[in-house]
Design a protein around this ligand. Structure first.
Ligand code: ZN
Length: 434
């Protein structure tokens, strides 16, 4: 028998908040109560002054394996995720080769199991080779446990292909078609949000309508077919309004946005630093405000990072030549606590809902025990957060193999102290155990 006692924390989950110790026995929560005493030989994890929450669930990370192990591997990415408080992530299929085939998906599943730092759920491609033309073998991938299908990195632009994907997914319980919503014709040649800053900097833009027109079309196709739709990294006010209206009409849609889109604007590109380049691009303050409102009213279900590692030799190049994407999985919680919770925009429970139990529900991971609630009998996927710990982000010291963080030098308040995955600490006192 193995026992862990998480001692003295404030438990926050979907059912509410209470001060309690949590006893974990053989991988499951055994008792949640005050004044619990450790059994002989138990591991005691100090949670005094800390929040004890269900492990975080990140719906969008790029782990780059197979193919770009110079940027990230399943192991380094999963370790970064554990340090960020995650017990489950969904990894995107734009690897080399892409995850459009059962054998490749199976190899990622097996590698993740061997790494054993958090649950890694591969998303499968919507189309073969992510080419946007012919559907990937969705049923075969589904049989391997894949529930999220996306060509992320690229948008499925062909409306008929998208309609067929929705029709197929409608027959697979729990399957979700997730879109990187950017019309390729409208963003061609663009490197940042199209607006006053792109005009001033002389950088070709990617207009917000590139996203919202695709979202509008997809919502109509989802409504027609009954297929479930998830908007990846929703970034602009118009898309949020469309999702809000569709939800009100009962369309099966969910949406996520990233910490960077909730905090930064296109002005961040003014220094031509490629760390701030991503697709969809950082937008305007009105969009940031709209995303925050959408998160608060339930239009946006989840905060996901779009953790996109790029090796320094590929990312440290002129802005227009750099690939889009930024690190995020290790800093997301602290960025949210510092920029949204501390100023009172979100309560701790609202932040954790968007980082843990709501994303778990989007992809059905709640059934596997992710996202809590923290009660006896549930699997022990937990993170313990010290909300007062201050730290400074240094890309070179993150667990990721890459360093392209937009938060370099930011002083953040709030850090993961322990992460418990399958009843074992993967992070203890802020340090990875493996
Ligand atoms: Zn994307």
């Amino acid at each position: 028998m193995s026992e862990i006692l998480v001692s003295g924390g404030r438990v926050i989950d979907a059912t509410g908040e209470r001060v309690a110790d949590v006893r974990i026995v053989d991988g499951s929560v055994a008792e949640v109560d005050t004044g619990l005493r450790p059994s002989a030989g138990a591991t005691v994890l100090d949670a005094e002054g800390c929040i004890v929450a269900p492990g975080l669930v990140d719906l969008q990370v790029h782990l780059r394996e197979p193919g770009r192990e110079d940027s990230e591997t399943i192991e380094t990415g999963a370790r970064a995720a554990a340090l960020g408080g995650c017990t489950a992530v969904v990894c995107m299929p734009n690897t080399e080769p892409p995850l459009d085939d059962a054998a490749v998906v199976q190899s990622v599943v097996e590698r993740a199991r061997a790494v054993d730092l958090c649950d890694v759920h591969p998303a499968g491609c919507i189309t073969r080779g992510r080419a946007g033309r012919e559907l990937a073998p969705l049923g075969e991938l589904y049989d391997l446990g894949v529930r999220v299908f996306t060509d992320d990195g690229d948008c499925v632009a062909d409306a008929l292909v998208m309609r067929r994907a929705f029709e197929y997914a409608a027959a697979l319980p729990g399957a979700v078609i997730a879109q990187h919503a950017e019309d390729p014709a409208l963003v061609r040649g663009g490197h940042m949000h199209e607006g006053a800053w792109s005009a001033r900097l002389g950088i070709p833009g990617r207009p917000a309508e590139a996203e919202s027109t695709i979202v509008a079309r997809d919502l109509q196709l989802a409504a027609r077919t009954g297929g479930r739709y998830h908007v990846l990294h929703l970034s602009c006010a118009a898309s949020a309004a469309l999702v809000r209206a569709a939800k009100a009409e009962g369309v099966g849609v969910t949406a996520e946005c990233t910490p960077q889109h909730l905090v930064l604007t296109d002005e961040a590109c003014a220094g031509f630093d490629p760390s701030f380049k991503m697709n969809p691009p950082l937008r305007e303050q009105t969009d940031v405000d709209a995303l925050r409102a959408a998160l608060l009213d339930g239009t946006i279900d989840a905060i996901a990072t779009d953790h996109a590692p790029h090796a320094p030799e590929t990312k440290d190049v002129p802005f227009e030549e750099a690939p889009p994407g930024m690190l995020g999985v290790e800093t997301a919680l602290a960025v949210v606590l510092t920029t949204l919770v501390e100023p009172g925009i979100l309560t701790p429970a609202q932040a954790l809902a968007a980082l843990s139990w709501q994303p778990a529900r989007v992809v059905g991971l709640d059934a596997a025990g992710h996202g809590g609630p923290i009660v006896a009998g549930r699997p022990a996927y937990l993170c313990v957060i010290d909300p007062a710990q201050q730290w400074v982000v240094e890309g070179a010291h993150l667990a990721s193999r890459s360093r392209n963080t937009p938060w370099e030098g930011w002083k953040l308040t709030g850090k993961v102290r322990h992460t418990i995955y399958r009843g074992r600490p993967t992070v203890r006192d802020g340090v990875p155990t493996r």
